[in-house]
Design a protein around this ligand. Structure first.
Ligand code: PGA
Length: 262
């Protein structure tokens, strides 16, 4: 079983060719903490090939930020799973809250995309979380159960193992479109939700799959607070937005994760 933590850089619609180049020249790929982690960079689609070429001989992998669920065809503006694989990516982020809230993606579409990713041998990193209003209404656990069940539905146990789940409360994302003053979830309260997620997976697929599935936390993770998440039993890594755009900051975050977890 792969026990290295997953530390994922979600660059969103940031970094152009030259800032990507600067990041890639500054980041120390040979660093021990990097090699002890599954570091994955998710650049914007235009930069996927550039990042893939730069990380080819390193332990770092590349993710797309989205795919469409069809193999090919007249779907202007979309990218297929096979096209991402062809460009060198091995993972894809699916169902990020920005896609759900700004572009109206539904649980059903997220599920279709996850299935398509698996079919085309891309590992899906599927995001979900509750809004502030849902949290205040005491709906968090119900929402999480519904989303996790919908993501896992119809997948074979072997396929579920390839899915990486990312719990990202909408109100915790540093550039939140949900609240004016975002705030990281505390490691302790994130742990409670992660434990619930693992329990839901266990109910659906049994103990072995629940132990193997990787569950990441995302939302305002930075080098200073990452250690708290790293030390939680059911948190297997982090999905990082803002703090992943600068090579030094991201490197420090990885170093601090590894030192807190060892
Ligand atoms: P953040 O973003 O680290 O800037 O909060 C996380 C995400 O949206 O995936």
């Amino acid at each position: 079983m792969d026990t290295k933590p997953y530390i994922i850089a979600n660059w969103k619609m940031n970094l152009d060719g030259s800032s990507t180049d600067r990041f890639l020249r500054t980041f120390n790929f040979a660093d021990e903490a990097v090699r002890k982690s599954n570091v994955i960079i998710a650049p914007s689609l235009v930069q996927v090939s550039q990042v893939c070429a730069a990380v080819a001989d390193t332990s770092v992998a590349v993710a797309g930020q989205d795919i469409y669920w069809e193999d090919s065809g007249a779907f202007t503006g979309e990218v297929s799973a096979s096209q991402l694989v062809d460009a060198g990516a091995s993972f894809v982020i699916i169902g990020h809250s920005e896609r759900r809230t700004l572009f109206g993606e539904t649980d059903a579409q997220v599920h279709l995309k996850a299935l398509q990713a698996i079919k085309r041998k891309l590992r899906p990193i599927v995001c979900f979380g509750e809004s502030y209003a849902e949290k205040e209404a005491g709906e968090t656990k119900r929402i999480i159960r519904q989303r996790v069940t919908s993501i896992c539905e119809e997948l074979r146990a072997a396929d579920v193992r390839r899915v990486i789940l990312a719990y990202e409360p909408l109100w915790a994302i540093s550039t939140s479109h949900d609240v004016e003053t975002p705030m990281a979830d505390s490691p302790e309260s994130a742990q409670v939700i992660h434990k619930l997620i693992r329990k839901i997976v266990e109910e659906l697929y049994g103990e072995q799959v629940a132990t193997e599935i990787r569950i990441l936390y995302g939302g305002s993770v930075d080098p200073d607070n990452v250690g708290g998440y790293a030390s939680m039993d059911d948190i297997d890594g982090v999905l990082v937005g803002g703090a992943s755009k600068d090579a030094h900051t991201f490197q420090k975050l990885i170093t601090n994760y590894i030192s807190a977890s060892s």
